[in-house]
Design a protein around this ligand. Sequence first.
Ligand code: PEP
Ligand code: MG
Length: 325
Amino acid sequence: KRKELEKLKDLPAETIDSHKVLIFANIDNPDEVQSVLDSGAMGIGLYRTEFMYFNRKTMPSEKDHFEEYFKVAEAISPYPTIIRTIDLGGDKLTRMGLLSMKHEENPFLGLRAIRLCLKYPDIFVDQLRAVLKASAYGKVKLMYPMISTLEELHEANRILEKVKQDLKKEHIKFDEKIEVGSMIEVPSAAMIIEAIAKEVDFVSIGTNDLIQYTLAVDRVNENVASLYDPLHPTILRFIKRIIDESHKAGIDVGMCGEMAGDPYYTPVLLGLGLDEFSVASAQIPKIKRVIRNISFGNVQRIAEEILKCGDRDSISKIISTIQMQ
Ligand code: PEP
Ligand code: MG
């Protein structure tokens, strides 16, 4: 069986009726590059950069950032690497002694990710400079986490523009047309997707947080784990809305949350029109096998049926009727 999965490596992620999607890999650090290359991924759809901040006494420098991004981008090129700016909670940095800030009662609702970067732009600028510099050595794309308002996107882009101008003045090479995308993982962003989609080059759905915030279920609390449901009709409607409105604006939609890496959900996500699945390298063959054995027409019809349902049981029943070749 393992051999069978390995054979899939060089085959495209294409349905039996020739609908193609992209399968990308998620990574948390540069050491994972080799497994990405071995997996047959067409790029990195989520490079989480916050791990660089753990177990250290000082903030990483621009050079620290650059060295890691350069390594990854160069190895993965010509395929793209989507570098996500740090998704750290202020609480975490404070506990590590890297920031002095009052303790937060609800860090998931607090100064996290893009909010932290916009409050402390020096941290953000160091990272943006490094990402831009790395973009001269491979196909690099930039992605912001936890965007919840259009204003945050504008402010992040304003800082990015300033950093680009500075690099130009310093005669430092970078990709002037670097693509910039937004994670869609907060319900408020999902609801204004048509506005966001007009101002970015791509979006990626972060289901881990989108589910947590939409269903009011802590993603790491075992007491409420049974309520944490990717097939909640609200989540499926959000996904549908994000995909349709983004396509209207002419941009592609990826998904980099855990939902994208579970083969059980693959037919539904495909049927909803997802363009790119970004998953742990180890999951790639399993996802690809599902895609290569179903009909896009069939799963599109099934997705339409599922969207009419108001409860999980009806949805699971419909999923069980999906035919695999
Ligand atoms: C997500 O929220 O789905 C996501 C991919 O980001 P993270 O898991 O890093 O919060
Ligand atoms: Mg997230």
